[in-house]
Write a protein that binds this ligand. Structure first.
Ligand code: AMP
Ligand code: ZN
Length: 489
Protein backbone atom coordinates (compact mmCIF):
# COMPACT_ATOMS: atom_id res chain seq x y z
CA UNK A 1 0.00 0.00 0.00
CA UNK A 2 1.12 3.57 -0.76
CA UNK A 3 2.69 5.48 2.13
CA UNK A 4 0.39 8.42 2.69
CA UNK A 5 1.24 11.69 4.40
CA UNK A 6 -1.53 13.90 5.75
CA UNK A 7 -1.52 17.33 7.33
CA UNK A 8 -2.90 16.98 10.83
CA UNK A 9 -4.46 20.20 12.14
CA UNK A 10 -3.90 18.92 15.69
CA UNK A 11 -0.11 18.75 15.41
CA UNK A 12 0.12 21.46 12.76
CA UNK A 13 2.33 19.33 10.56
CA UNK A 14 2.35 16.58 7.99
CA UNK A 15 2.39 13.07 9.44
CA UNK A 16 2.66 9.60 7.98
CA UNK A 17 -0.86 8.20 8.00
CA UNK A 18 -1.13 5.07 10.12
CA UNK A 19 -4.68 3.83 10.65
CA UNK A 20 -5.73 2.27 13.95
CA UNK A 21 -6.81 -0.93 12.22
CA UNK A 22 -4.73 -2.26 9.33
CA UNK A 23 -6.29 -1.57 5.92
CA UNK A 24 -9.35 0.11 7.45
CA UNK A 25 -10.09 3.83 7.83
CA UNK A 26 -12.86 5.35 9.94
CA UNK A 27 -13.62 8.87 8.68
CA UNK A 28 -16.18 11.36 10.00
CA UNK A 29 -17.01 14.63 8.24
CA UNK A 30 -19.38 17.26 9.60
CA UNK A 31 -22.32 17.52 7.24
CA UNK A 32 -24.63 20.43 6.45
CA UNK A 33 -27.23 22.11 8.60
CA UNK A 34 -30.22 21.57 6.36
CA UNK A 35 -32.09 24.87 6.66
CA UNK A 36 -31.24 26.24 3.21
CA UNK A 37 -29.74 25.18 -0.13
CA UNK A 38 -26.06 24.25 -0.03
CA UNK A 39 -23.90 26.96 -1.59
CA UNK A 40 -20.75 26.34 -3.56
CA UNK A 41 -18.57 26.95 -0.47
CA UNK A 42 -20.21 24.03 1.32
CA UNK A 43 -19.70 21.92 -1.81
CA UNK A 44 -16.00 22.75 -1.84
CA UNK A 45 -15.57 21.08 1.54
CA UNK A 46 -17.64 18.03 0.55
CA UNK A 47 -15.80 17.68 -2.78
CA UNK A 48 -12.46 17.87 -0.90
CA UNK A 49 -13.49 14.99 1.34
CA UNK A 50 -14.89 13.09 -1.63
CA UNK A 51 -11.41 13.28 -3.18
CA UNK A 52 -9.92 12.01 0.09
CA UNK A 53 -12.51 9.21 0.37
CA UNK A 54 -11.91 8.16 -3.25
CA UNK A 55 -8.13 8.15 -2.84
CA UNK A 56 -8.16 6.17 0.41
CA UNK A 57 -10.36 3.57 -1.28
CA UNK A 58 -8.26 3.58 -4.43
CA UNK A 59 -5.06 2.77 -2.55
CA UNK A 60 -6.74 -0.19 -0.93
CA UNK A 61 -8.34 0.93 2.34
CA UNK A 62 -11.77 -0.20 3.33
CA UNK A 63 -13.29 3.11 4.43
CA UNK A 64 -16.29 3.73 6.67
CA UNK A 65 -17.19 7.29 5.82
CA UNK A 66 -19.75 8.84 8.17
CA UNK A 67 -21.19 12.27 7.33
CA UNK A 68 -24.02 13.62 9.43
CA UNK A 69 -27.05 15.74 8.68
CA UNK A 70 -27.63 18.49 11.24
CA UNK A 71 -31.40 18.64 11.53
CA UNK A 72 -31.67 20.12 15.05
CA UNK A 73 -29.66 21.92 17.68
CA UNK A 74 -27.73 24.39 15.49
CA UNK A 75 -28.72 27.80 16.79
CA UNK A 76 -28.30 31.11 15.01
CA UNK A 77 -24.77 32.55 14.90
CA UNK A 78 -23.33 29.24 16.15
CA UNK A 79 -24.09 30.55 19.63
CA UNK A 80 -25.95 28.99 22.54
CA UNK A 81 -28.65 31.62 22.41
CA UNK A 82 -31.11 32.40 19.65
CA UNK A 83 -33.46 30.37 17.55
CA UNK A 84 -32.81 26.94 16.06
CA UNK A 85 -31.99 27.55 12.38
CA UNK A 86 -34.41 24.90 11.15
CA UNK A 87 -37.21 25.88 13.50
CA UNK A 88 -36.82 29.51 12.41
CA UNK A 89 -37.14 28.60 8.74
CA UNK A 90 -40.18 26.46 9.55
CA UNK A 91 -41.75 29.34 11.46
CA UNK A 92 -41.14 31.83 8.64
CA UNK A 93 -42.60 29.51 6.02
CA UNK A 94 -45.36 28.13 8.26
CA UNK A 95 -44.33 24.54 7.61
CA UNK A 96 -43.13 21.64 9.80
CA UNK A 97 -39.42 21.67 10.73
CA UNK A 98 -39.15 18.21 9.16
CA UNK A 99 -40.44 19.63 5.88
CA UNK A 100 -37.52 22.06 5.97
CA UNK A 101 -35.14 19.19 6.72
CA UNK A 102 -36.55 17.04 3.92
CA UNK A 103 -36.44 19.82 1.32
CA UNK A 104 -32.83 20.76 1.95
CA UNK A 105 -31.57 17.23 2.49
CA UNK A 106 -32.93 16.38 -0.97
CA UNK A 107 -31.24 19.50 -2.40
CA UNK A 108 -27.96 18.54 -0.73
CA UNK A 109 -28.04 15.01 -2.15
CA UNK A 110 -29.02 16.20 -5.62
CA UNK A 111 -26.24 18.77 -5.69
CA UNK A 112 -23.51 16.39 -4.56
CA UNK A 113 -24.76 13.81 -7.08
CA UNK A 114 -24.43 16.43 -9.84
CA UNK A 115 -20.84 16.97 -8.71
CA UNK A 116 -20.30 13.19 -8.94
CA UNK A 117 -19.58 12.82 -5.20
CA UNK A 118 -19.83 9.30 -3.85
CA UNK A 119 -22.38 8.84 -1.07
CA UNK A 120 -20.93 8.28 2.42
CA UNK A 121 -21.21 4.87 4.07
CA UNK A 122 -23.55 6.17 6.79
CA UNK A 123 -25.46 9.46 6.90
CA UNK A 124 -26.95 9.74 10.40
CA UNK A 125 -29.11 12.61 11.64
CA UNK A 126 -28.93 14.55 14.91
CA UNK A 127 -32.63 13.93 15.63
CA UNK A 128 -32.11 10.21 15.15
CA UNK A 129 -29.50 10.18 17.94
CA UNK A 130 -31.10 12.08 20.83
CA UNK A 131 -30.85 9.08 23.16
CA UNK A 132 -27.11 8.71 22.47
CA UNK A 133 -26.61 12.42 23.11
CA UNK A 134 -28.46 12.26 26.43
CA UNK A 135 -26.27 9.30 27.47
CA UNK A 136 -23.10 11.31 26.73
CA UNK A 137 -24.37 14.24 28.80
CA UNK A 138 -25.00 11.86 31.70
CA UNK A 139 -21.40 10.60 31.45
CA UNK A 140 -19.97 14.14 31.31
CA UNK A 141 -22.05 15.15 34.35
CA UNK A 142 -20.86 12.05 36.19
CA UNK A 143 -17.25 12.99 35.46
CA UNK A 144 -17.92 16.47 36.90
CA UNK A 145 -17.22 18.46 33.74
CA UNK A 146 -20.74 19.81 33.28
CA UNK A 147 -23.38 21.47 35.41
CA UNK A 148 -27.14 21.63 35.29
CA UNK A 149 -28.91 24.91 35.74
CA UNK A 150 -32.63 25.65 35.20
CA UNK A 151 -33.14 22.54 33.04
CA UNK A 152 -30.12 23.22 30.80
CA UNK A 153 -26.73 21.52 31.00
CA UNK A 154 -23.48 23.31 30.16
CA UNK A 155 -19.95 22.06 29.67
CA UNK A 156 -17.59 23.61 32.23
CA UNK A 157 -14.66 24.72 30.10
CA UNK A 158 -12.55 26.16 32.93
CA UNK A 159 -12.92 23.01 35.01
CA UNK A 160 -12.00 20.87 32.02
CA UNK A 161 -8.99 23.03 31.28
CA UNK A 162 -7.61 22.44 34.79
CA UNK A 163 -6.79 18.86 33.83
CA UNK A 164 -6.95 18.91 30.02
CA UNK A 165 -5.98 21.29 27.29
CA UNK A 166 -8.93 23.21 25.85
CA UNK A 167 -7.88 24.98 22.67
CA UNK A 168 -5.24 22.52 21.52
CA UNK A 169 -6.76 22.09 18.06
CA UNK A 170 -7.38 25.72 17.25
CA UNK A 171 -4.32 27.00 19.10
CA UNK A 172 -6.43 29.24 21.31
CA UNK A 173 -5.36 29.98 24.85
CA UNK A 174 -7.95 29.86 27.59
CA UNK A 175 -6.77 33.24 28.95
CA UNK A 176 -7.42 34.84 25.55
CA UNK A 177 -10.80 33.16 25.34
CA UNK A 178 -11.77 34.50 28.73
CA UNK A 179 -10.54 37.91 27.71
CA UNK A 180 -12.23 37.93 24.30
CA UNK A 181 -15.57 36.25 24.98
CA UNK A 182 -18.46 38.63 25.34
CA UNK A 183 -19.44 38.83 28.99
CA UNK A 184 -22.76 37.31 29.98
CA UNK A 185 -25.65 39.74 29.71
CA UNK A 186 -27.59 38.39 32.65
CA UNK A 187 -29.92 36.45 30.32
CA UNK A 188 -27.76 33.36 30.23
CA UNK A 189 -27.60 30.57 32.77
CA UNK A 190 -23.95 29.84 32.03
CA UNK A 191 -21.38 30.19 34.79
CA UNK A 192 -18.78 31.44 32.34
CA UNK A 193 -19.21 32.83 28.82
CA UNK A 194 -16.86 30.25 27.25
CA UNK A 195 -18.95 27.33 28.54
CA UNK A 196 -21.10 25.70 25.89
CA UNK A 197 -24.51 24.02 25.92
CA UNK A 198 -24.87 20.26 26.04
CA UNK A 199 -28.62 20.45 26.59
CA UNK A 200 -30.92 23.43 26.37
CA UNK A 201 -34.30 23.68 28.03
CA UNK A 202 -36.82 24.59 25.32
CA UNK A 203 -38.80 27.79 25.61
CA UNK A 204 -42.58 27.18 25.39
CA UNK A 205 -42.62 28.25 21.69
CA UNK A 206 -39.63 26.09 20.70
CA UNK A 207 -41.14 23.29 18.62
CA UNK A 208 -38.17 20.93 18.28
CA UNK A 209 -38.04 19.36 21.74
CA UNK A 210 -37.40 16.01 23.36
CA UNK A 211 -37.79 14.75 26.94
CA UNK A 212 -34.63 14.35 29.02
CA UNK A 213 -33.74 13.97 32.72
CA UNK A 214 -33.22 17.75 32.88
CA UNK A 215 -36.06 19.25 30.86
CA UNK A 216 -38.02 19.07 27.65
CA UNK A 217 -35.40 20.51 25.37
CA UNK A 218 -32.82 19.85 22.70
CA UNK A 219 -29.12 18.95 22.45
CA UNK A 220 -26.29 21.43 21.84
CA UNK A 221 -24.86 21.51 18.32
CA UNK A 222 -21.38 20.15 19.18
CA UNK A 223 -22.78 17.10 20.91
CA UNK A 224 -24.37 15.44 17.88
CA UNK A 225 -21.02 14.93 16.16
CA UNK A 226 -19.48 13.36 19.27
CA UNK A 227 -22.49 11.04 19.56
CA UNK A 228 -22.60 9.98 15.92
CA UNK A 229 -18.86 9.72 15.28
CA UNK A 230 -18.19 7.56 18.33
CA UNK A 231 -21.31 5.45 17.79
CA UNK A 232 -20.30 4.43 14.28
CA UNK A 233 -16.51 4.67 14.42
CA UNK A 234 -15.62 3.97 18.06
CA UNK A 235 -14.17 6.08 20.87
CA UNK A 236 -11.01 6.54 18.86
CA UNK A 237 -11.04 6.80 15.10
CA UNK A 238 -8.74 7.82 12.26
CA UNK A 239 -9.93 10.94 10.44
CA UNK A 240 -12.28 13.77 11.35
CA UNK A 241 -12.90 16.45 8.76
CA UNK A 242 -14.86 19.55 7.99
CA UNK A 243 -14.32 23.10 6.83
CA UNK A 244 -11.65 25.25 8.47
CA UNK A 245 -14.37 27.41 10.06
CA UNK A 246 -15.45 24.44 12.20
CA UNK A 247 -12.09 24.13 13.99
CA UNK A 248 -13.30 26.48 16.67
CA UNK A 249 -15.52 26.16 18.56
CA UNK A 250 -17.19 23.08 17.02
CA UNK A 251 -14.28 20.65 16.78
CA UNK A 252 -12.57 21.98 19.89
CA UNK A 253 -15.76 21.25 21.83
CA UNK A 254 -16.03 17.80 20.27
CA UNK A 255 -12.56 16.98 21.58
CA UNK A 256 -13.44 18.21 25.08
CA UNK A 257 -16.72 16.26 25.17
CA UNK A 258 -15.12 12.98 24.15
CA UNK A 259 -11.81 13.31 25.95
CA UNK A 260 -13.29 14.10 29.34
CA UNK A 261 -15.17 10.78 29.29
CA UNK A 262 -12.65 8.41 27.74
CA UNK A 263 -9.41 10.19 28.69
CA UNK A 264 -8.16 9.55 25.17
CA UNK A 265 -7.95 11.66 22.07
CA UNK A 266 -11.04 10.78 19.98
CA UNK A 267 -9.44 11.51 16.62
CA UNK A 268 -5.96 10.73 15.30
CA UNK A 269 -5.95 13.01 12.25
CA UNK A 270 -7.95 16.25 12.05
CA UNK A 271 -8.25 17.41 8.43
CA UNK A 272 -9.70 20.79 7.47
CA UNK A 273 -10.64 22.08 4.04
CA UNK A 274 -10.05 25.76 3.45
CA UNK A 275 -12.69 28.28 2.47
CA UNK A 276 -14.11 29.19 -0.90
CA UNK A 277 -14.36 32.95 -1.16
CA UNK A 278 -16.37 35.22 -3.44
CA UNK A 279 -15.22 38.81 -3.87
CA UNK A 280 -12.47 38.01 -1.38
CA UNK A 281 -14.98 37.20 1.39
CA UNK A 282 -15.90 33.80 2.79
CA UNK A 283 -18.89 32.37 0.98
CA UNK A 284 -21.59 32.00 3.61
CA UNK A 285 -25.30 31.40 3.88
CA UNK A 286 -25.81 34.05 6.52
CA UNK A 287 -24.22 37.02 4.72
CA UNK A 288 -25.75 36.39 1.31
CA UNK A 289 -22.23 36.36 -0.21
CA UNK A 290 -22.75 33.08 -2.00
CA UNK A 291 -23.77 31.36 -5.20
CA UNK A 292 -25.77 28.16 -5.50
CA UNK A 293 -24.37 25.39 -7.70
CA UNK A 294 -27.63 25.30 -9.70
CA UNK A 295 -27.23 29.02 -10.49
CA UNK A 296 -23.76 28.30 -11.88
CA UNK A 297 -24.93 25.33 -13.99
CA UNK A 298 -27.88 27.23 -15.47
CA UNK A 299 -26.08 30.55 -15.86
CA UNK A 300 -28.98 32.24 -14.07
CA UNK A 301 -27.00 34.49 -11.77
CA UNK A 302 -25.72 38.04 -11.72
CA UNK A 303 -22.07 37.10 -11.14
CA UNK A 304 -21.00 35.19 -14.27
CA UNK A 305 -21.68 35.88 -17.92
CA UNK A 306 -22.08 32.20 -18.85
CA UNK A 307 -23.01 28.85 -17.30
CA UNK A 308 -20.37 26.42 -16.03
CA UNK A 309 -20.98 22.67 -15.93
CA UNK A 310 -20.64 20.61 -12.71
CA UNK A 311 -17.55 18.88 -14.17
CA UNK A 312 -15.82 22.19 -14.89
CA UNK A 313 -16.64 23.53 -11.43
CA UNK A 314 -15.38 20.32 -9.80
CA UNK A 315 -12.20 20.48 -11.90
CA UNK A 316 -11.77 24.15 -10.94
CA UNK A 317 -12.02 23.28 -7.23
CA UNK A 318 -9.58 20.37 -7.53
CA UNK A 319 -7.05 22.61 -9.26
CA UNK A 320 -6.34 24.04 -5.80
CA UNK A 321 -5.07 22.08 -2.83
CA UNK A 322 -7.83 21.45 -0.29
CA UNK A 323 -5.93 23.48 2.34
CA UNK A 324 -5.64 26.61 0.17
CA UNK A 325 -8.19 29.39 0.01
CA UNK A 326 -9.90 29.51 -3.40
CA UNK A 327 -11.48 32.64 -4.79
CA UNK A 328 -14.27 32.20 -7.30
CA UNK A 329 -13.98 34.41 -10.35
CA UNK A 330 -15.04 34.29 -13.98
CA UNK A 331 -11.44 34.44 -15.21
CA UNK A 332 -10.40 31.50 -13.05
CA UNK A 333 -13.44 29.47 -14.14
CA UNK A 334 -12.80 30.23 -17.83
CA UNK A 335 -9.19 29.11 -17.42
CA UNK A 336 -10.40 25.90 -15.74
CA UNK A 337 -12.89 25.28 -18.51
CA UNK A 338 -10.09 25.55 -21.04
CA UNK A 339 -7.92 23.17 -19.01
CA UNK A 340 -10.82 20.76 -18.55
CA UNK A 341 -11.48 20.68 -22.31
CA UNK A 342 -7.79 20.16 -23.05
CA UNK A 343 -7.73 17.23 -20.65
CA UNK A 344 -10.93 15.79 -22.10
CA UNK A 345 -9.72 16.09 -25.70
CA UNK A 346 -6.33 14.58 -24.87
CA UNK A 347 -7.96 11.72 -22.98
CA UNK A 348 -10.29 10.99 -25.93
CA UNK A 349 -7.41 11.32 -28.38
CA UNK A 350 -5.38 8.73 -26.46
CA UNK A 351 -7.80 5.95 -27.44
CA UNK A 352 -7.57 6.95 -31.08
CA UNK A 353 -3.78 7.19 -31.44
CA UNK A 354 -2.08 4.99 -33.99
CA UNK A 355 0.33 2.84 -32.01
CA UNK A 356 3.92 1.96 -32.96
CA UNK A 357 6.16 -0.97 -32.11
CA UNK A 358 7.67 0.87 -29.13
CA UNK A 359 7.13 3.82 -26.84
CA UNK A 360 9.45 6.79 -27.15
CA UNK A 361 9.36 10.11 -25.34
CA UNK A 362 7.57 9.08 -22.14
CA UNK A 363 8.12 6.78 -19.18
CA UNK A 364 4.67 5.63 -18.05
CA UNK A 365 5.89 3.91 -14.86
CA UNK A 366 7.79 7.00 -13.74
CA UNK A 367 4.85 9.23 -14.59
CA UNK A 368 2.44 7.01 -12.65
CA UNK A 369 4.78 7.11 -9.67
CA UNK A 370 4.76 10.93 -9.75
CA UNK A 371 0.94 10.93 -9.87
CA UNK A 372 0.75 8.72 -6.78
CA UNK A 373 3.44 10.78 -5.05
CA UNK A 374 1.32 13.90 -5.59
CA UNK A 375 -1.82 12.36 -4.13
CA UNK A 376 0.04 10.63 -1.31
CA UNK A 377 1.49 13.98 -0.29
CA UNK A 378 -1.60 15.21 1.58
CA UNK A 379 -3.93 14.65 -1.39
CA UNK A 380 -2.22 17.16 -3.64
CA UNK A 381 -4.71 17.32 -6.51
CA UNK A 382 -3.11 20.35 -8.27
CA UNK A 383 0.15 18.41 -8.50
CA UNK A 384 -1.74 15.43 -9.88
CA UNK A 385 -3.42 17.64 -12.48
CA UNK A 386 0.01 19.00 -13.51
CA UNK A 387 1.12 15.41 -14.11
CA UNK A 388 -2.02 14.67 -16.11
CA UNK A 389 -1.13 17.56 -18.40
CA UNK A 390 2.35 16.03 -18.84
CA UNK A 391 0.61 12.92 -20.16
CA UNK A 392 -1.59 15.07 -22.44
CA UNK A 393 1.56 16.75 -23.80
CA UNK A 394 2.93 13.31 -24.66
CA UNK A 395 -0.37 12.20 -26.26
CA UNK A 396 -0.32 15.30 -28.46
CA UNK A 397 3.31 14.59 -29.38
CA UNK A 398 2.38 11.06 -30.47
CA UNK A 399 -0.48 12.52 -32.47
CA UNK A 400 1.78 14.95 -34.30
CA UNK A 401 4.47 12.32 -34.89
CA UNK A 402 7.20 13.62 -32.56
CA UNK A 403 6.80 10.70 -30.09
CA UNK A 404 5.44 7.16 -30.25
CA UNK A 405 3.49 4.70 -28.12
CA UNK A 406 3.23 0.90 -28.27
CA UNK A 407 -0.18 -0.78 -28.26
CA UNK A 408 0.32 -2.26 -24.79
CA UNK A 409 1.50 1.10 -23.37
CA UNK A 410 -1.47 2.81 -24.99
CA UNK A 411 -3.85 0.44 -23.19
CA UNK A 412 -1.86 0.87 -19.97
CA UNK A 413 -1.99 4.66 -20.20
CA UNK A 414 -5.75 4.60 -20.87
CA UNK A 415 -6.24 2.55 -17.70
CA UNK A 416 -3.96 4.77 -15.59
CA UNK A 417 -5.52 7.99 -16.86
CA UNK A 418 -8.96 6.56 -16.07
CA UNK A 419 -7.80 5.73 -12.52
CA UNK A 420 -6.58 9.25 -11.85
CA UNK A 421 -9.22 11.25 -13.71
CA UNK A 422 -12.39 9.27 -13.14
CA UNK A 423 -11.85 7.13 -10.05
CA UNK A 424 -9.70 9.46 -7.93
CA UNK A 425 -10.66 12.95 -9.09
CA UNK A 426 -14.26 11.95 -9.82
CA UNK A 427 -14.25 13.76 -13.17
CA UNK A 428 -16.61 12.08 -15.62
CA UNK A 429 -16.22 13.71 -19.01
CA UNK A 430 -19.49 14.54 -20.69
CA UNK A 431 -21.46 12.38 -18.31
CA UNK A 432 -22.97 15.29 -16.46
CA UNK A 433 -25.11 13.90 -13.67
CA UNK A 434 -28.79 14.66 -13.90
CA UNK A 435 -31.05 13.90 -11.00
CA UNK A 436 -34.13 13.05 -13.05
CA UNK A 437 -35.22 9.66 -14.33
CA UNK A 438 -33.71 10.30 -17.76
CA UNK A 439 -30.16 9.89 -16.44
CA UNK A 440 -29.63 6.42 -17.91
CA UNK A 441 -31.07 7.38 -21.30
CA UNK A 442 -29.00 10.57 -21.47
CA UNK A 443 -25.88 8.67 -20.46
CA UNK A 444 -26.50 6.10 -23.21
CA UNK A 445 -27.07 8.77 -25.86
CA UNK A 446 -23.90 10.60 -24.77
CA UNK A 447 -21.98 7.34 -25.06
CA UNK A 448 -23.33 6.82 -28.60
CA UNK A 449 -22.32 10.42 -29.43
CA UNK A 450 -18.78 9.59 -28.23
CA UNK A 451 -18.72 6.42 -30.38
CA UNK A 452 -20.01 8.37 -33.36
CA UNK A 453 -17.22 10.92 -32.93
CA UNK A 454 -14.62 8.14 -32.85
CA UNK A 455 -16.15 6.62 -35.99
CA UNK A 456 -16.10 9.99 -37.77
CA UNK A 457 -12.52 10.71 -36.69
CA UNK A 458 -11.61 7.33 -38.22
CA UNK A 459 -13.52 8.30 -41.38
CA UNK A 460 -15.95 5.44 -40.75
CA UNK A 461 -18.93 7.46 -41.98
CA UNK A 462 -21.09 4.38 -42.48
CA UNK A 463 -21.07 3.73 -38.70
CA UNK A 464 -21.41 7.39 -37.75
CA UNK A 465 -24.41 7.87 -40.09
CA UNK A 466 -26.00 4.69 -38.81
CA UNK A 467 -25.79 5.92 -35.20
CA UNK A 468 -27.37 9.24 -36.20
CA UNK A 469 -30.14 7.64 -38.29
CA UNK A 470 -31.05 4.96 -35.77
CA UNK A 471 -31.24 7.53 -32.98
CA UNK A 472 -33.39 9.68 -35.24
CA UNK A 473 -35.69 6.71 -35.81
CA UNK A 474 -36.10 6.53 -32.04
CA UNK A 475 -37.03 10.20 -31.90
CA UNK A 476 -33.61 11.46 -30.78
CA UNK A 477 -32.18 14.19 -33.00
CA UNK A 478 -28.44 14.90 -32.94
CA UNK A 479 -27.26 18.45 -33.52
CA UNK A 480 -23.64 18.95 -34.63
CA UNK A 481 -22.29 22.24 -33.37
CA UNK A 482 -18.91 23.96 -33.24
CA UNK A 483 -18.03 22.67 -29.76
CA UNK A 484 -19.57 19.21 -29.94
CA UNK A 485 -22.79 17.32 -30.55
CA UNK A 486 -25.92 17.86 -28.52
CA UNK A 487 -29.26 16.06 -28.76
CA UNK A 488 -32.97 16.70 -28.49
CA UNK A 489 -35.41 13.99 -27.42
P1 AMP B 1 -22.88 24.41 7.36
O1 AMP B 1 -24.08 23.79 6.69
O2 AMP B 1 -22.87 25.89 7.30
O3 AMP B 1 -22.68 23.88 8.75
O4 AMP B 1 -21.60 23.97 6.52
C1 AMP B 1 -21.38 22.68 6.01
C2 AMP B 1 -19.91 22.51 5.68
O5 AMP B 1 -19.49 23.48 4.71
C3 AMP B 1 -18.98 22.70 6.88
O6 AMP B 1 -17.96 21.71 6.84
C4 AMP B 1 -18.38 24.07 6.67
O7 AMP B 1 -17.11 24.19 7.25
C5 AMP B 1 -18.30 24.12 5.16
N1 AMP B 1 -18.26 25.50 4.63
C6 AMP B 1 -19.09 26.53 4.95
N2 AMP B 1 -18.75 27.64 4.24
C7 AMP B 1 -17.70 27.30 3.46
C8 AMP B 1 -16.89 28.01 2.51
N3 AMP B 1 -17.12 29.27 2.20
N4 AMP B 1 -15.89 27.33 1.90
C9 AMP B 1 -15.64 26.02 2.19
N5 AMP B 1 -16.37 25.30 3.08
C10 AMP B 1 -17.39 25.93 3.70
ZN1 ZN C 1 -19.81 18.42 13.40
Amino acid sequence: MQQLTVYNSLSGKKEVFTPITKNYVGMYVCGPTVYSNVHLGNCRTFISFDLIFRYLKHIGYKVRYVRNITDAGHLENDADEGEDRIAKKARLEAIEPMEVVQRYTVDFHKTLYQFNNLPPSIEPTATGHIIEQIEIIKSILKKGFAYEINGSVYFDVLKYNETHSYGKLSGRKIEDLIHNTRSLDGQSDKKNPQDFALWKKAEPRHIMRWPSPWSDGFPGWHLECTAMSTKYLGNQFDIHGGGMDLKFPHHECEIAQAECITEQSPVNYWLHANMLTLNGQKMAKSTGNNILPEEMFSGENSIFTKPFSPEVVRFFLLQSHYRSIVDLSEDALLASEKGYNKLKEGYLLLTQLTSSTKTEGFDIAQWEDLCYKAMSDDFNSPMLIAQLFEAIRFINSVNNGSASISKSDQLKLVEKMKNFIEDIMGISFGKSKKSDSNTALEGTVNMLIDFRKIARDNKDFQTSDRIRDELSGLGIQLKDEKDGTSFII
